[in-house]
Write a protein that binds this ligand. Structure first.
Ligand SMILES: NC(=O)c1ccc[n+]([C@@H]2O[C@H](COP(=O)([O-])OP(=O)(O)OC[C@H]3O[C@@H](n4cnc5c(N)ncnc54)[C@H](O)[C@@H]3O)[C@@H](O)[C@H]2O)c1
Length: 257
């Protein structure tokens, strides 16, 4: 039996229509998994699902709405039979010190990055306990911003710290139920998320800003979405069966300094 395979398993990936989420959808399908691409953006989500052919299915999901997330899980069960892996990947960024952070922006960020993960975990655990055989894997996409202070990312750091805390706590509660839960903490990864940040805040100095973002990692470059996806594959496989409650850093050495 080949190792690191996910044949016939079923995943839901929130924010699967772009960047890291899209790369996770592709990598899971490559390893034999069927994937519900759960994204609030129908254009991106449908495009990724179409790429996956029979293995993919798009379901419009807004992670801030618990009923919408539950419907995404129900769609996976209806179409593919069960839920083995749930990836809480959907997330937003926000630039600002505590003084620069407006209450409305703070609320919006917490709603997606924290409440969205709460909604995802609840819907996933409910299904994983209900099905036979019981259990499954939850993968939460946190960030190095949950481990260290990243300048002018007050709210973003708060949300990603919360994701790591939720990961650890959930892993303790359900370890006897066959549910494993781990977080990935990427450094800077070149995706539309980063492109949007550069466009919005550094439109006049794009090239220089991109060079600085590469240089932030001692390894000398930003990460690739596929590199995060490969770790998400590992965490979902039986080979990672001893691993739960971890926050795995994947950051080109950024936090090792
Ligand atoms: N790119 C990086 O440098 C980096 C680094 C560390 C962590 N992360 C985290 O990785 C995750 C993915 O980031 P990315 O860079 O691929 O971003 P991205 O902007 O390319 O993709 C995010 C996806 O999430 C979707 N989304 C947003 N709000 C949603 C909602 N309410 N419900 C459902 N879907 C929603 C978007 O439509 C989009 O398809 C985020 O949680 C982000 O915080 C990114």
């Amino acid at each position: 039996m080949a190792r690191f395979r996910l044949d016939d398993r079923v995943a839901v990936v929130t924010g699967g229509g772009s960047g890291i989420g899209a790369a996770i959808c592709r990598a899971y399908a490559e390893q034999g998994e069927r994937v519900v691409v759960a994204d609030v953006n129908p254009a991106g989500g449908q495009r990724v699902a179409d790429e996956l052919g029979e293995a993919g299915w798009f379901h419009a999901v807004d992670v801030t709405d618990p009923a919408s997330v539950e419907a995404g899980v129900a769609a996976a069960v209806e179409r593919f039979g069960r839920l083995d892996v749930f990836v809480n990947n959907a997330g937003l960024g926000l630039v600002g010190t505590v003084q620069e952070t407006q209450r409305a922006d703070w609320d919006r960020l917490l709603n997606v990055n924290v409440t969205g993960v709460f909604n995802g975990c609840r819907a996933a655990v409910n299904q994983m306990l209900r099905q036979q055989p019981r259990g499954g894997v939850i993968v939460n996409i946190a960030s190095v911003a949950g481990q260290i202070g990243v300048a002018r990312r007050f709210a973003y750091c708060a949300t990603k710290g919360a994701v790591i805390a939720m990961t650890r706590e959930l892993s303790v509660d359900y370890v006897k139920d066959g549910i494993r839960c781990n977080a990935i903490c990427p450094g800077t990864v070149y995706t539309p998320f980063v492109e949007g940040y550069v466009e919005r805040f550094h439109a006049d100095t794009k090239e220089q800003t991109i060079q600085e973002l590469h240089a932030r990692q001692p390894i000398g470059r930003m990460g690739r979405p596929e590199e995060v996806a490969d770790l998400a594959v590992y965490l979902a496989t039986d080979e990672a069966g001893f691993m739960t409650g971890s926050a795995v850093v994947l950051d080109g050495g950024w936090t090792a300094q």
